[in-house]
Design a protein around this ligand. Sequence first.
Ligand code: ISE
Length: 334
Amino acid sequence: MTLRIGIIGPGRMGQSHLDRIRSVVSGGEVVAVSDIAADNVRTVAQKYGVQGYHTSAELIGDPDVAAVMVTSHGPAHADDVIAAVEAGKRVFCEKPLAPKAADCLRIMETEQRAGRKLVTVGFMRRFDESYRQMRQILRSGQIGEALMVHCAHRNPTVPGFYTWDMAINDTSIHEIDIMRWLLEEEFVRARVDQVKRTRHQAEHLRDPMVLVLQTASGVRVDDELFVNCQYGYDIHCELVGEDGVVRLGDQDKVLRRSSAGVHHRIAMSDNERFAAAFVTELQEWIDAASRDEHAGPTSWDGYAAACACDAGLRAVQSGQWADVEMIDKPALYA
Ligand code: ISE
């Protein structure tokens, strides 16, 4: 059975998911899109030959739409996710589930009233083969207990609408989620180190900065956030254990020797760097949703990441450590 999907907010991410559903992933068909930007909805609906709506309510209410993808701007996610859950539809929501933990709580409350997990959050790194191997190695005990993790998240540049807080709740949220998944524990506090700013940053940004997080058992994670590094979409992760170290491999397996040097290509975007992970993520969601089952990261994962982000944002303002404040995990997500 083909899963009939509606996409709310088909911008950069929404359209790349749409392209994947049409050309790479099987079992799904996009039948409708909605956007408050009238120009965009007209262009996308025409380009893909699908129904276009000006409001998300019309798309969610369309009986032809069985499942909803929310790919709009982060602050707009919560109300649409809640409306789709109330309509009993399965939801794939791009990260962040919502930039504020309070909005993630509202989503979890709605899901708990519905009595089942309907929301999947688009933390695509969990589907990346290298991170999966790192997790297997850690779980196997080969490198002992994790002690520290050094991460770097570099973007060549960021769009004009990117505000300084997005370095935490839109960029570092990837490391926050993948570290929770890898270390299998929650963060308890966060600190942010300000660094000399790059000349390439826009006036309103604080680029680069380093987010430092500590887990309940004391593991230290540092995350270099450098969103105007110019040269590539470059993701690093090195986990130091008691008996060894495991490091994320470079995504390009081929080395070229020429011009008196050794060169290997670096991706320029997340869609390029995590191309395979995006496909697996979407395929697993479509397969499960077609069987009316849940797959992938839950609203709880979206909430826990947002709580760590909230602490990071408070730490930027205070210059001090900030505690991660979370509720106990509701039974639905156990
Ligand atoms: C963006 O929204 C993403 O999800 C990218 O993966 C990340 O690298 C970028 O910093 C975010 O703004």
